[in-house]
Structures are given as structure tokens and as C-alpha cells.
Design a binder for this molecule. Structure first.
Ligand code: LMR
Length: 396
């Protein structure tokens, strides 16, 4: 049965974790996967999460099946966070939100549903994009190609190219957009550029699928989320996948969501019924714990304020690390101007290092980043940064 089964390549991101874990270099540093570590190199367990869990543990509950679309209080909290509790779109019942297994789960449920709604549509992802975007939509049966995004020479977004790609797309094309903190490049488009993208999406009847995995890591929760309001104001039917892996440091709980904006309440209930089929046929219904924790935090004003504070601390520390990275690279003897690192945003820096340089960083120094040159700035700290910079200086 399996004699012809080919060995699949290692996952370009999570596969690095396996390699990192097996590495015996005592100085090894994992800048591969997008995970935030504090200045002591520890994965944080947020205070707001601990407080919510303490309350939950005080009154233990049995674990029956959740509804297919998840915890109602969670879905409503996600709607409020993503669209605004008082927004017309939420109040008029036009948003269908389902709990999903991480942001990846939200993307997959959305992709499966879209395959039913628009079976012949093509999918466009940014060039480059998060490695898993292509695989998720290909596995859902779509043909995936890319729209122009990164301009390596100018170190920024090739916005004219992006608009040209979108303008050239056939009506009905599904466009996967990074709502904030573009992964992997760290370059976002401006507010005014979003307006232009939205105008093209509308004029060309494209379907926008916004991946919101890093809300709060750019400029702030509301600031990063504002782009969603722009799409809604334009009267578009959109998809939004949400992840709380990073913003709640709940990676292993797989807490995410998918929200779909329909044209009216009745349409939204039909959409929801189809999302439930997609969930039921993939994994039946979501797990309880992570969603219950996030709902408890988002729905309690005190815990919510604490979360915002803790998220802000992560955001500020990453920004400080960007500056430190620029300074330490210079101090380590890197001649080229690396100040572009501070104009990037979110967890990642697209360093511009080649695949060969990234492989050398791993094999000679135990410094792990992706082959594309992406490094997770959120895993740098005051203890490992000099070693990382000295290593980079040796391969540059
Ligand atoms: C990343 O890009 O490193 C994260 O989103 C983790 C993942 O699942 O790839």
C-alpha cells in the first residue's frame, strides 16, 4: 500500500523546530517559528490567562461537546473584537463567526466553504506569503498563484505591482491579504494604500480573505484591526481569520476563528449553516479550553484591560529588539545599512540574507531562521542578541 509513498519535505517553518530541538549546540537560538519569548527567553503564560484559568478551575465543569460553531460567548467576543460590538455589521446580524482550531483552522474552514461557493475561482496570495497559505488553498482544491508584494531592492512593498496584479485578476478571484504585520516580510501597506486595494477589490468583484494572525503586534489592537472596518464600510462580503496564538500566547491551545460578512442577516444564517458543515466534516466541533479562556478574558473588563497591557508589553519589547538588532549588527561589524529592520513591523524581519547564509547560520552557529531569510525578532532577547549578531556578521 505504501511502497510508492514519497517522503514529503520538512515543513519550512515547523520543520525547523524539529531540527532546532535535535541541535546540541548550547548557544542555539530559534528565530524560525513565529513565537514570542520574553527577555529571559521564556514563553510567557499571560497573567490574564492565569487569572481566567484560576476562576475556571475553582468551578470545574464536565466536558460535553461544544456546538459545531463553538462557544457562543467566544464567537460574540471575536465579533466584537474584529468588527466592534456596536458596529452596524454586528448589530444587524450580518457577521457569521465560528470558533476554529487556530488561525490555520479558520483559513481551512473558509477555504472549504469557498470551494463550494466559488468552485472555479483562482486564489491569489502575496509574493511572498506565509508558507501555509498556498498549501491550505491548494489542499482545498484551488489553483493558487501570487500577487506582487515585496520589493527586495527598495526593501518595502511593490505597491504598484500589487495593484496591477489585483487589477489583472478575474472577477471572483479570492485574494488572501495580511490584515497587519505581513508574514514573512514585516512590511505593511499604508491606510491610503488599503483604500486603493479596497477600491480594486470592489471594482473587480474580488473576494477578500483577510488573515489576522497578529492583531495588536503592529500599532495596537484597534489600529491593527481598523482595516477590517474599511472593508465593511465598502459594503464587501469578506472573510476574516483570527488567531489568538500569539496575542494570548496560547499557541498550543489552537484558538482561532473565522468570520464571514454577508449582505444581510438571512444570508448570514445560510453562510453559518455551511460553515458548520465544513467544520463537522473536518473535525466535528472545536475543543473547549482555549476558547473558554479567551472568552473569559475578552468578556471581563478587568481581564481585558490586563490583556491589552500584556499585549502592549510584547509589542513594545519587539520594537526595542528591532532597534537593538540594528545597533548590535553595526557593533558586530556589519557594514551594510540594516536600519530597514526598524521600519518593518510585527514579529518578523525579512533580513535579506540568502538561503546559503541562513543554512550556514543554522549549521555553524545554531541560529535558526527560515531559508527565505525570515527571522523572528520576537525571540531575540538581551542575552542572545549579541551572539545572533556576531553570527550574522560572520555569514554576511
Ligand atoms: C509562523 O509563521 O511562524 C507562525 O505563523 C507559525 C506557523 O504555524 O507557521
Amino acid at each position: 500500500l505504501f511502497s510508492a509513498v514519497e517522503m514529503a519535505p520538512r515543513d519550512p517553518i515547523l520543520g525547523l523546530n524539529e531540527q532546532y530541538n535535535a541541535d546540541t549546540n548550547p548557544n542555539k537560538v530559534n528565530l524560525g517559528v513565529g513565537v514570542y519569548f520574553d527577555d529571559n527567553g521564556k514563553l510567557p503564560l499571560l497573567q490574564c490567562v492565569q487569572a481566567a484559568e484560576k476562576t475556571m478551575m475553582a468551578t470545574p465543569t464536565a466536558r460535553g461537546y461544544l456546538p459545531i460553531d463553538g462557544i457562543v460567548a467566544y464567537d460574540n467576543a471575536v465579533k466584537a473584537l474584529v468588527f466592534g460590538a456596536e458596529s452596524d455589521v454586528v448589530k444587524s446580524g450580518r457577521v457569521s463567526t465560528v470558533q476554529a482550531i487556530g488561525g490555520t483552522g479558520g483559513l481551512k474552514i473558509g477555504a472549504d466553504f469557498l470551494k463550494k461557493v466559488s468552485p472555479n475561482a483562482k486564489v491569489l496570495i502575496s509574493d511572498p506569503s506565509w508558507e501555509n497559505h498556498r498549501a491550505i488553498f491548494v489542499n482545498a482544491g484551488f489553483e493558487v498563484s501570487s500577487y506582487a508584494y515585496y520589493d527586495a531592492e527598495k526593501r518595502g512593498v511593490n505597491f504598484d505591482g500589487m495593484l496591477a496584479s489585483l487589477n489583472a485578476a478575474a472577477a471572483g478571484t479570492i485574494v488572501v491579504l495580511h490584515a497587519c504585520c505581513h508574514n514573512p516580510t514585516g512590511y505593511d501597506i499604508t491606510d491610503a494604500q488599503w483604500d486603493q486595494v479596497i477600491a480594486v477589490v470592489k471594482a473587480k468583484s474580488l473576494t477578500a480573505f483577510l488573515d489576522m494572525a497578529y492583531q495588536g503586534f503592529g500599532h495596537g489592537i484597534a489600529e491593527d484591526g481598523a482595516v477590517i472596518g474599511k472593508f465593511v464600510a465598502a459594503g464587501l462580503n469578506i472573510f476574516v481569520s483570527t488567531s489568538f496564538s500569539k496575542s494570548f500566547s496560547l499557541y498550543g491551545e489552537r484558538v482561532g476563528a473565522l468570520s464571514v460578512v454577508a449582505s444581510d442577516k438571512e444570508e448570514a444564517s445560510r453562510v453559518l449553516s455551511q460553515l458548520k458543515i465544513a467544520i463537522r466534516t473536518n473535525y466535528s466541533n472545536p475543543p473547549i479550553h482555549g476558547g473558554a479562556v479567551v472568552a473569559a478574558v475578552l468578556n471581563n473588563p478587568e481581564l481585558r484591560a490586563q490583556w491589552e497591557q500584556e499585549l502592549a508589553e510584547m509589542r513594545v519589547r519587539i520594537k526595542a529588539m528591532r532597534q537593538k538588532l540594528v545597533d548590535s549588527l553595526k557593533a558586530a561589524g556589519v557594514k551594510q545599512d540594516m536600519s530597514f529592520i526598524t521600519t518593518q513591523i510585527g514579529m518578523f524581519s525579512y533580513s535579506g540574507l540568502t538561503k546559503d547564509q541562513m543554512v550556514r547560520l543554522r549549521s555553524e552557529f545554531g541560529v535558526y531562521g527560515t531559508d527565505t531569510g525570515r527571522m523572528c525578532v520576537a525571540a531575540l532577547n538581551s542575552k542572545n542578541i549579541d551572539y545572533v549578531c556576531a553570527s550574522i556578521a560572520k555569514v554576511i
